[in-house]
Design a protein around this ligand. Sequence first.
Ligand code: RIB
Length: 314
Amino acid sequence: MSKIVGAGSLIVDITAYAKHFPVEGESALGSSVKIGPGGKGSNQMTAAFKAGADVRIIGKVGDDFLSHVLLDHYKSTGMSTKYIDIVKGEETAAALIEVNEETAQNRIIVVKAVNELVKREDVLKAEADFADCDAVLTQLETSMESILCCKEFAKKYGKPFILNTAPFQKIPNELILDTDYVTPNETEAEFFTGVHIKTQEDAEKAAEKFIEMGAKNVVITLGSKGAFYSNGKEKIMVPSIKVQAVDTTGAGDAFNGGFATAIASGADIKTALRFANCTAALSVTKKGTSPAMPYKDEICAFYEKTYAEKLKFN
Ligand code: RIB
């Protein structure tokens, strides 16, 4: 079994479902509210775990009642909590999410809170797990020093470093330089490159800019259009798969978790993109983020049905 390690956010998602998004000043009547485990880091690690990888997240929760939502999730799915700290006197992070039931689209306000306290020293404690892992996976919801330390270990031990540039914010140039896989969505890609992405040609231009910045491989997720890959020479467009979507929140996390699992397992790039695409497509057919991540059997069956070929990695 391949192993994936990285600093990552642990956030409780409070999600309200309604027939439309309220405008400013409006109280829209919703149909339900769900409280569940989320956070880009935790969602991606959950997706990777359910897709067949062993995972170690380096993260923090507070010592309040919300922390149980996350800790219970780790316990019930069987994921390791070895590097999850419970910080005395701190509040667990939360995200307020609205989902439009007509379109399955979402809007999110996320407060990083205790996730900002995930520091370099926390990552240092996990060095042994970096040394024998198969891929390092991070996003931008913990402190920059923790992310840079993950990259440092990935380079030290020769492991693929996957950086999901979400949520977008200013980052130092050194983070992109020599990064093995940068995986922005189209909004993040525009933020970092200045290229407004509407077409595949735009995605190609944005990918070129990332490569000029020093990224080795770029995967731009394009929502309902799919995902575009480039390493400067090879270019692959993977169209999204049509499914009955009920909640698109966390689809990017599902993609990254599936992608990291495939890369960690030694899959070729086309297979990894397709596996990620299937993971994301299945995740939007269920409500919630981490709880909606599909298991490996389901992804494999869907992959084989969609692409009429057997998966080429274990
Ligand atoms: O990508 C979706 C995630 O973003 C949610 O789970 C929320 O916690 C925010 O971090």
